[in-house]
Design a protein around this ligand. Structure first.
Ligand code: PLP
Length: 373
């Protein structure tokens, strides 16, 4: 057993090395063409929380199936939260991550909403350091696309085997890691959106602002409906009036006006506060844009697109970074803000600004990067 511990972390992740790591040649083949979320590194981090005792048994161990009691509360009552961030290899071989404190704090907010225990920020960051330290060979070089990374997926769930309905008294924290290629294998291409009016992903007082699996489960029917209408993604509206834009199933949304306004739905309690969203808002003014957070009627999008006032629309999130949006469709209609020769100039400029910071290709003036290895 070897141990690493940063000075402020209270959990120490002991390391039990995988006796059968993937041979380097096979790992190399995966890193050459990683896709997204299909292959995982040789190890995972785990910790257990028990009511009255707190966190213990923190360790890095071989990646593999978990043993779960069939009565585990998560399988019945969906008491689960997760996070998503990435590890980036810089030109000098060092490995960094982007604003992990923001993810740690969101994980704590999600935990409070789902009645799960909080994991302190230093312990959250320590788990990333411990796993990426052991699996550093799995962090790809950025490659030709300049955007390969190691996707990190922390999650926490009710592992207590008990069918009574109350917050679980035994909870598991787990961190897994998956090499990720450019999200759009054939280059960035705009997605079409379906306005979901029959389904909402979240409602007032619900869990929309928490990053929990249940929100994704409830977004799938809307996604399917969109796919049946030939759309790539669904855009969800507020659940009470069905008139204002909230977000996609897993990405926040921005409208770019020709007059330089960069508008995104304000945080209403049912929208997930993306780290990418927050970073875009902070970068906006230095890119010559005027950020606005407010309620956006879906009618405003339709009207602005038809009137030629809308320059671009894009979605954002850690996995795909910035994704331009093209056509907007709904039951009985559609609109497309893109004229002939359209280029998503603003979306692509924000995209490369973010990627350049993340991969250390430009100076990190905001202290957004944390070194992991
Ligand atoms: C994770 C997530 C996002 C994007 O958040 P980032 O921190 O930018 O990755 C947006 N919407 C939903 C519903 C999400 O779960």
């Amino acid at each position: 057993m070897t141990t690493t511990l940063s000075p402020t972390a209270s959990l120490s992740f002991g390391v039990e090395l995988n006796p059968q790591p993937l041979p380097p040649a096979e790992r190399g083949a995966i890193l050459a063409n990683p896709g997204f979320g299909k292959r995982f590194t040789d190890h995972m981090a785990l910790a257990t929380w028990r009511h009255g005792e707190g966190w213990s048994d923190a360790r890095v161990t071989s990646y593999g199936p978990l043993q779960l009691d069939p009565a585990s509360a998560v399988l019945h009552y969906a008491q689960e939260i997760f996070e998503g961030l990435k590890a980036y290899r810089h030109a000098d071989g060092s490995v960094w991550t982007f604003r992990p404190e923001a993810n740690a704090e969101r994980f704590q907010r999600s935990a409070r909403r789902l009645a799960l225990p909080e994991l302190a920020t230093p312990d959250f960051v320590e788990s990333l350091r411990a796993l990426v330290g052991v699996d550093k060979a799995w962090v790809p070089e950025p490659g030709e696309t300049g955007e390969k990374s190691l996707y990190l997926r922390p999650f926490m769930f009710a592992s207590e085997g008990f069918l009574g309905v109350r917050p679980a008294q035994e909870v598991t924290y787990c961190l897994i890691a998956s090499p990720a290629g450019a999200y759009f294998a054939g280059g960035v291409k705009p997605v079409s959106l379906w306005i979901s009016t029959d389904y909402a992903r979240a409602g007032s007082g619900g869990t929309g602002a928490a990053k929990c699996g249940g929100n994704y489960a409830s977004s799938l029917a809307g996604q399917l409906e969109g796919a049946e209408h030939g759309c790539d993604q669904a855009v969800f509206l507020d659940s009470s009036t069905h008139t204002t834009i909230e977000e996609l199933g897993g990405m926040n949304l921005f409208l770019v006006y020709k007059d330089g306004r960069l508008v995104t739905p304000e945080l209403t309690g049912s929208i997930l506060e993306g780290v990418t969203r927050s970073s875009v808002l902070q970068l906006a003014s230095e890119l010559g844009l005027r950020p606005e957070e407010r309620r956006i009627p879906i009618q405003e999008w339709k009207d602005a697109a038809a009137a030629g006032e809308l320059a671009e629309v894009f979605a954002c999130g850690t996995a795909a970074v910035i994704t331009p949006v093209g056509e907007l469709k709904w039951e009985g209609g559609s609109v497309d803000h893109r004229g002939p020769g359209h280029v998503d100039e603003v979306a692509m400029r924000i995209r490369s600004t973010l990627l350049d910071i993340q991969y250390g290709r430009t100076e990190d003036t905001r202290g957004w990067l944390t070194r992991l290895v």
